[in-house]
Design a protein around this ligand. Structure first.
Ligand SMILES: NC(=O)c1ccc[n+]([C@@H]2O[C@H](COP(=O)([O-])OP(=O)(O)OC[C@H]3O[C@@H](n4cnc5c(N)ncnc54)[C@H](OP(=O)(O)O)[C@@H]3O)[C@@H](O)[C@H]2O)c1
Length: 338
């Protein structure tokens, strides 16, 4: 089941990246395919307001984050509880394989054949997944609040229903990608725990009290690259928050609710879509936080880069057509490069 889930997620990210890579090849033969893909991907200001067929309001973006907050919370709590009960990061040479096998009904990760170094590495990886899920939680929670309180979506801004479904899929698959290696074990553990809880009742469960220090302490023992990943994540997170605040403030002094203005300040001085750039930095933080050793997270990152670079190129074109006085030194998404 684990191989199935990991393979499925990797295949999904590759299937998302490939069409964007194909249409980025400069060939006239691909122009109609490019138009189809653009039709699906366009939203807000870069989508023609006359084309309302198969579209939904752009303010439905909040649905993505509502789904993401609920789903990420479920995954984070379950994985954290699993890590706390099954793979505590303590230095004593405990026989985790036996405990894990006994409680989950047989876990291949902690099988008796595993060497001690593999067991230690896997223990760190479980806690690393908890760490990544907590970062994701911080990100989607802020995005959810922004879609409600910061952005002032214009009544005419829409997105294609395909883009809407892709968004829902993205925010289901992205948090899962951060913990997919252990997700089957976590599911089995939760199932066993719930079954035991039902049979024995609350008072007869083995541990009813939570040791809060034991819950948080292993997160402080993560490897150095997880902390560098956190710093990168926070760098992107802070700038995205600032750029979103700038975008949200642009309509404060305008007459019409769907008016567009040239944004200025923060990373807008360098690129036209700094909020997309910040998103790339945030997902880059995930890659670094796992030590660059997880192919699924690399592919998730690849999809975010491809998707947002594609949207940023269209945004750049739109700004240049719309405003004669648009700053010519602004790049689309990567300062001084693209
Ligand atoms: N992880 C991913 O793959 C992924 C995919 C998509 C988006 N995202 C993230 O979601 C966030 C929002 O993306 P988005 O594509 O919705 O951003 P967007 O198109 O720039 O729109 C964000 C908000 O700002 C308004 N706005 C944009 N430019 C404006 C201007 N020049 N003047 C006045 N108002 C302006 C929009 O108005 P309208 O209502 O008129 O459009 C909308 O309310 C970004 O940070 C992005 O990174 C992530």
């Amino acid at each position: 089941m684990e191989i199935g889930l990991v393979t499925l997620l990797r295949a999904a990210w590759i299937a998302g990246i490939l069409p964007i890579l194909i249409v980025s090849i400069p060939s006239s033969r691909l122009s109609s395919f490019r138009e189809v893909l653009l039709g699906f991907a366009k939203r807000g200001k870069i989508m023609q307001s006359s084309s309302c067929k198969f579209t939904v309001p752009q303010r439905f973006f909040c649905h993505f984050y509502a789904v993401a907050v609920v789903w990420t919370t479920i995954l984070a709590v379950a994985t954290w509880f699993y890590a706390y009960r099954m793979v505590p990061l303590v230095s004593e040479p405990l026989d985790y394989s036996t405990i894990a096998s006994h409680l989950t009904g047989g876990s291949h990760i902690f099988s008796l054949n595993n060497s001690r170094s593999t067991i230690v590495r896997d223990r760190y990886r479980v806690w690393q997944s908890v760490f990544l899920l907590l970062l994701m939680e911080v990100q989607v929670l802020r995005r959810f609040l922004e879609t409600i309180y910061v952005f002032k979506y214009s009544p005419s801004a829409r997105m294609h229903v395909f883009g809407y479904l892709t968004g829902l899929f993205f925010y289901t698959a992205a948090p899962l990608s951060l913990c997919c290696t252990f997700a089957p074990e976590v599911l089995e553990f939760v199932e066993n725990w719930v079954a035991e809880f039902i049979v024995k009742g609350r008072n007869r469960m083995p541990i009813t009290e939570i040791d809060w220090w034991g819950l948080a302490n292993p997160l402080l023992k993560l490897r150095w690259y997880s902390w560098i990943g956190l710093a990168i994540f926070l760098w992107g997170w802070i700038h995205q928050q600032r750029c979103h605040a700038i975008l949200g403030s642009l309509r404060e002094n305008t007459v019409h609710a769907d008016e567009y203005v040239i944004p200025r300040g923060d990373w807008f001085e360098y690129v036209s879509s700094p909020h997309y750039l910040a998103e790339i930095v945030i997902y880059g933080g995930f890659v670094v936080a796992c030590g660059g050793a997880d192919l699924t997270i690399w592919l998730l990152f690849g999809f975010v880069v491809a998707n947002l670079a594609f949207a940023a190129a269209e945004t750049q074109k739109w700004y240049r057509l719309k405003f004669d006085n648009y700053p010519s030194n602004r790049f689309a998404i990567i300062p001084f490069v693209y």
